[in-house]
Write a protein that binds this ligand. Structure first.
Ligand code: BGC
Length: 769
């Protein structure tokens, strides 16, 4: 754990510059608006270690798979979100000397991510190799009001010299993904134009043929006043620039405003892209930087009104949760059902920027409670639309009769993961997709979704499970062989308890939904059954047989569910006995050693107990928690949040708090030594859950909200917002009371601890502890 960034309730602050942490800082300070995003690279040249990153949502490239030994069924391509044109670039030359932080002496340096208002700023004074001293101040943001636009105000002030400063503002499309499998570049130039104070570069992705036009428009102030300037246009392959020479005098600031826009062919005709991108920069530049920034602050204030979690008395915890909520909002707005939430969002390339089970298992609950219903519905529809591809994917592996296996990793429905033990075996993801539907309907009450879309997906998933199990003559039970559970530090195991449990649950839920849909809309059900050749009698009989006779490994002596067959044969050492120098295991141990060890990457049995808590008594949950947690290394970011929620449920507030800090400050403190690759965006939704479901004890049962709050001793109070079926609530938990404010025009009945309370519209109920 590092203490590199300063603690502040609304900001992330870097004081002084350490090149060692530059890539971590680039991730943490990332900006985005759901449509586009970027790592916090410097505007000016930087020859030190950096990972350049600009991304446009939904624009991807199927990079040819690279594996040592090909296996039938592997996907041929790994679709990755593309590193796109760099639009922030401003090259600075003092005379002939290029400003490059890696080659300057730093006099002072401060960078701040303002989460309240949604911008990034930097203020630094440097001395160049030739002794020129200057200050650079920059502020930039990706607008959430004009979500195809971004803006930068970049100010240079000479301290100890007069002379020519050349500012070359450019758009560079000659970009490669750092994770490209064959070192190829994925963009071709379509067109470019640059003149006067603006320009636009249009690029096309190879293979997928997406086009993106990136435009810029600039203006300059000197000594606080607009100046006329004549810019020298620069044109190169996949590059446009405007070179502006300024006669700078000492102590007189020169500010360059750069407005940029990224428009993609997903939303416009290709022929009109460049013109529209130029219109956009024209329009936003007319508003001007100050107004755009003001609108940005207002729009963020509106978001915070519904999303903020307030923690009193613990600034580090407060900063952590705000950072998570901020990044989630920067990544996905839910307005476009073609988009999803990549594990790294717009903050890095790792994981290809694609969709994982993380969305259903972790992100859906966050969006259910903090955004309009259509946002989580869009996330479900995304999978519904990809059902055909999931069926094809299962066919490729030998399944039939409309069985669907959703991909472990996807951009457009096609599987693009290619490690056999995950691609073919980490099939529990199918369960998470069904669970998200259940969660959505439980939360919103929108049962119509099941009739219109959900049941079709459920039947296809259940058909998969029904074919994936096999009858064991020896056990006289169904078994599920050769799987990988959520704990990826075990592969190709038999009877992973979590996978088998969620499979059985899916079958039960499907039966339940069949009955519901039949009762609600018999003709629609009949139409669906005919369309997908659903032999109700035979297929549901099979589902019922599996439900009744599924083998779920259990140890009678320890009275715990076994993560998989043979788990107890492992040498039973504990994480506390591992030397710190050997962690994280994934970096320090061979894969062979990891696989044979008892160490668990992330919640596995415990993930199941979290999902299906109502099926188990508290003592069962406790025994399993006490057994598995000490063996868990939490090397997946998705792990601490589930443990935090379970610890809170078990009343272990100290452990719950410890896990909460770990999940919420995972990236700020670079816990897993991997933030340089990007932030762990999807697990940030888990952080939110650990406050709301963990400390807030929020659940939905029988269409009603329940709270069972627990206050960490370090906190004076905490509060959070929930939207539930048209009602907006603020729940504040303090040492003395739980106060629930209903800010909507509808009444609601909720449970708090063991009592039921009727909270009238626009009123508050204070429940003394
Ligand atoms: C985890 C998976 C997760 C993926 C993307 C992996 O490290 O083990 O459960 O889906 O990261 O977040």
């Amino acid at each position: 754990m590092k203490n590199y960034f300063k603690v502040d309730e609304w900001k992330i602050i870097e004081e002084g510059f350490d090149p060692e942490y530059n890539k971590v800082a680039e991730s943490v300070f990332s900006l985005g608006n759901g449509r586009m995003g970027q790592r916090a690279n410097f505007e000016e040249a930087y020859s030190g270690e950096t990972l350049q990153g600009n991304y446009v949502a939904g624009v991807y490239y199927p990079d040819k798979t690279r594996v040592g030994w090909w296996k039938n069924g592997y996907p041929e391509y790994f679709a990755k979100v593309l590193n796109a044109a760099n639009w922030i670039a401003i090259d600075v030359k003092i005379g002939d000397e290029q400003l490059d932080l890696a080659k300057c002496e730093i006099i002072d340096f401060r960078r701040e991510l303002n989460m309240k208002e949604g911008y990034l700023s930097r203020n630094m004074a440097v001395r160049t190799a030739s002794g020129k001293e200057l200050r650079v101040e920059s502020t930039r943001f990706c607008s959430i009001v004009d979500d195809e636009a971004g803006a930068i105000a970049y100010t240079v002030t000479a301290f100890n010299f007069d002379g020519v400063i050349t500012l070359t503002t450019f758009i560079d499309g000659d970009i490669a993904n750092a994770d490209a499998n064959y070192d190829e570049k994925f963009w071709d130039e379509v067109s470019k134009q640059v003149n006067g104070d603006s320009g636009v570069l249009q690029l096309r992705t190879k293979k997928t043929g997406f086009e993106v036009a990136t435009a810029m428009k600039v203006s300059v102030l000197q000594g606080g006043y607009p100046i006329n300037f004549s810019a020298n246009p620069v044109r190169k392959e996949k590059y446009i620039g405007l070179e502006i020479k300024i006669n700078a005098t000492r102590n007189q600031p020169v500010t360059l405003f750069k407005y940029a826009a990224n428009l993609s062919s997903q939303n416009y005709e290709k022929q009109e892209l460049s013109a529209k991108a130029l219109d956009t920069v024209e329009r936003v530049s007319e508003k001007g930087f100050a107004i755009m920034l003001k609108e940005q602050a207002e729009a963020w204030a509106e978001k915070w009104k519904h999303n903020d979690i307030l923690i009193e008395g613990d600034a580090a915890a407060q900063q952590g949760i705000r950072f998570n909520i901020f990044q989630l909002n920067q990544t996905y707005t839910g307005e476009d059902d073609r988009l999803n939430i990549g594990p790294k969002g717009f903050t890095g390339e790792k994981y290809g920027g694609s969709t994982y089970w993380d969305t259903e298992a972790y992100c859906v609950p966050f969006y259910l409670a903090t955004a309009e219903q259509k946002v989580s519905r869009n996330l479900l529809l995304y999978r519904y639309k990809q059902l055909g591809k999931a069926i094809e994917n299962a066919q490729l592996l030998g399944f039939k009769n409309g069985a669907a296996l959703y991909p472990m990793v996807t951009m457009d429905g096609i599987e693009c993961h290619n490690e056999w033990e995950i691609t073919f075996e980490e099939i529990h993801r199918n369960g998470a997709i069904a669970y998200a539907m259940f969660n959505y309907v439980r939360y919103t009450g929108d049962e119509q979704y099941l009739t219109d879309y959900g049941l079709e997906v459920l039947i296809a998933i259940s058909r998969f499970w029904a074919q994936r199990v096999n009858w064991s003559a020896q056990k006289e039970l169904y078994v599920m062989l050769g799987v990988t559970g959520p704990n990826e530090y075990e592969n190709n195991v038999n009877n992973n308890w979590y996978t088998s449990t969620i499979a059985v649950w899916c079958l039960k839920y499907t039966l339940d939904v069949i009955e519901k849909v039949k009762a609600k809309d018999a003709s629609k059900y009949a139409e669906l059954a005919a369309r997908i050749n659903f032999d109700e009698q035979a297929e549901t009989d099979k589902f019922k047989d599996i439900i009744a006779k599924m083998y779920l490994p259990y140890d009678d002596e320890l009275q715990i569910f076994l993560q998989q067959d043979g788990f107890l044969d492992k040498e039973q050492t504990l994480v506390k006995d591992l030397p710190e120098s050997e962690r994280p295991l994934v970096k320090k141990w061979s894969w062979d050693r990891i696989l044979r060890s008892p160490f668990i990457k992330q919640a596995d049995v415990l993930q199941g107990l979290y999902f299906f808590e109502d099926d188990y008594d508290l003592e069962t949950i406790r025994r399993n928690y006490d057994y598995y947690e000490p063996r868990t290394v939490h090397e997946s970011s998705l792990s601490p949040c589930v443990h935090s929620i379970l610890a809170a449920k078990l009343g272990d507030v100290d452990r719950a708090y410890e896990f909460y800090l770990r999940t919420s400050r995972l990236d700020i403190d670079d816990y897993n030594d991997d933030t340089e690759d990007g932030c762990h965006i999807t697990s940030m939704a888990g952080t939110w859950m650990s406050v709301v479901q963990g400390f807030g004890g929020m659940r939905v049962k029988n269409g009603q909200l329940l709270f069972n709050p627990l206050l960490p001793p370090k906190w004076n109070a905490f509060s959070f917002h929930i939207g539930f079926r048209g009602v907006l609530l603020n729940i504040k938990v303090s040492k003395e009371a739980v106060a629930i404010t209903n800010t909507s025009d509808r009444d609601i009945e909720v449970s708090v601890y063991d009592g039921r309370y009727f909270i009238k519209a626009n009123s508050e109920e204070v429940i003394k502890k």
